[in-house]
Write a protein that binds this ligand. Structure first.
Ligand code: BG6
Ligand code: MG
Length: 211
């Protein structure tokens, strides 16, 4: 087997919470009167909450104090959590479920490597609490993607060397993080369209052809 483990990004790979991030940021941007569209949203993929806010505020006419920025990030997160609360195991896409179980049957170790601090709640909502062998997320890192920290910690938790792991990502910043950590990247969605991966997939099921 070429890889012993797989490290999955969460938002935009395992589930469509990337759409909820978009909706929550869009609502905040509208309230602030700054332009925000899907193109700009693509730049937020894999990026931490506060770094995302800085991108959303790029066109805001005046600088904001740190406390104001924290309040705005909190406001966005409240909207986002309301959307997450409506999720259930039915929101786990069928092809994701099929892929995860097939990889597990083949004996691969499976981890999450996500910048999101909401990771435990999302996994629970999807019925995946306890499924993964390791969860590395926004709660245990200091540097967000494209820094490789989240993936290096995931590999370490799995007891594997970076080169034994394949990272699965929808973010260009995430593919860069994998490469900086010495790992190959399989991309879906936006990052696949940009050709950012070692493998650029049209469906997550294509992972079963790689390992
Ligand atoms: C990543 C998303 O998974 O998590 C980013 O791709 C998001 O868009 C980041 O900003 C942080 O998420 P959260 O849930 O901690 O605000
Ligand atoms: Mg993502």
């Amino acid at each position: 087997m070429k890889y012993q483990g797989m490290i999955f990004d969460l938002d935009g790979v395992i589930c469509f919470t990337d759409e909820y991030h978009y909706q929550a940021w869009k609502r905040l941007a509208d309230e602030l009167g700054v332009a925000f569209d899907r193109e700009k949203n693509n730049r937020l993929r894999g990026v931490s909450r506060m770094a995302s806010l800085d991108i959303v505020l790029e066109d805001y006419p005046e600088p904001l104090a740190e406390a104001e920025k924290l309040a705005l990030a909190e406001q966005k997160n409240e909207t986002y959590k309301t959307l997450l609360a409506q999720m259930s195991p039915a929101d786990l896409p069928e092809e994701v479920k099929e892929t995860l179980w097939a990889l597990r049957r083949r004996g691969l170790k499976l981890a999450i490597g996500s910048s999101s601090k909401n990771t435990p709640f999302i996994l629970q909502q999807l019925g995946l609490g306890g499924f993964f062998d390791a969860v590395s997320d926004g709660n245990n890192i200091t540097n967000s993607k494209p820094d490789p920290e989240v993936f290096l910690k995931a590999a370490q938790m799995l007891g594997l060397e970076p080169e034994q792991c394949l990272v699965v990502e929808d973010a260009i910043a995430g593919a860069e993080a994998a490469h900086r950590g010495g790992m190959d990247a399989a991309c879906v969605g936006d990052a696949s369209n940009a050709g950012a991966g070692d493998y650029n997939l049209s469906s997550i099921l294509d992972l079963l052809e790689i390992v």
